[in-house]
Design a protein around this ligand. Structure first.
Ligand code: SF4
Length: 67
């Protein structure tokens, strides 16, 4: 099973807050309201599904999953 992690592209994130509203278990906000990662390690299968939900909900396409 490949190791999967979440990445936020800080250049694309504009702080809509969808990620931490939809998946608060994996995402939080910084002082500017931009998305930050709570889990920076390898994701569990369940967390991968949650991260994909956040990926789909990010208006700026700033969230991606990488192997
Ligand atoms: S949903 Fe996307 S643009 Fe909005 S805070 Fe999260 S990463 Fe940033």
């Amino acid at each position: 099973m490949p190791e999967v992690k979440t990445v936020i592209d800080d250049d694309r994130c504009t702080g809509h807050g969808r990620c931490y509203a939809v998946v608060p278990a994996l995402f939080d906000a910084d002082d500017m309201g931009r998305g930050t990662l709570i889990v920076q390690d390898e994701l569990t299968d369940e967390q991968v599904q949650e991260a994909r939900t956040a990926e789909l909900n990010c208006p700026e396409r700033a969230i991606s999953l990488v192997d």
